[in-house]
Design a protein around this ligand. Structure first.
Ligand code: OFO
Length: 184
């Protein structure tokens, strides 16, 4: 009897182990792969905004977006590593050509805000998929991205608010540009 219980508990333990180390469901793996590519597209959009700002002699805005582009690549890398850890691999999609220039500074920032909202919705979709599949490991991994999106939306909105405050004042824009150079 005791032996039987021992076998049962070993079987249960193995089952739990399988749950903890479970492979990614195809639906989850595909969704993470799509997000991986969206992060790379984000980097391309922001790098293009940086180029536009540097070209317009707004180095603070340029540096801010250049750093943002690097962060997006780091996000892609984070997903890449997670997918690898789960025994899968990522696949690269073609990167669509980003817009080259924006006629007003605020238009670029508004486009960035809209893009971040789209990314937030995409991350929420991933969380939903993880919950649906009872993939708690991936849900926990995604928590970092949920928090990061709150921060990203808020930092872009702060710049929009400042631009709205100064309007067309060249001095105001100059000061915002200088302040953006401080981004770590
Ligand atoms: Fe990756 O957070 Fe912006 O897009």
């Amino acid at each position: 009897m005791a032996k039987m219980l021992q076998h049962e508990s070993i079987a249960m333990f193995m089952e739990c182990g399988e749950i903890n180390n479970m492979k990614l469901d195809k639906k989850m793996a595909d969704a993470l792969n799509a997000q991986f590519n969206k992060e790379i597209v984000s980097a391309s959009i922001y790098a293009s905004m940086a180029a536009d700002f540097f070209g317009k002699n707004l180095p603070g805005f340029g540096m801010w977006f250049q750093k943002q582009a690097k962060e997006e690549l780091a996000h892609a890398e984070k997903i890449h590593r997670y997918v690898d850890e789960k025994g899968e691999r990522v696949f690269y999609d073609a990167i669509p050509k980003p817009q080259d220039s924006w006629s007003k500074i605020i238009e670029a920032l508004q486009a960035a805000k809209k893009h971040e909202e789209y990314i937030t919705a995409s991350i929420y979709g991933l969380v939903e998929t993880a919950r649906e599949l009872k993939d708690y490991g991936t849900e926990s991994f995604l928590k970092w991205f949920v928090d990061e999106q709150v921060e990203e939306e808020s930092s872009v909105q702060n710049i929009i608010d400042q631009l709205e405050m100064v309007g067309d004042s060249n001095m105001g824009i100059f000061q915002i540009d200088r302040a953006l150079m401080q981004r770590k």
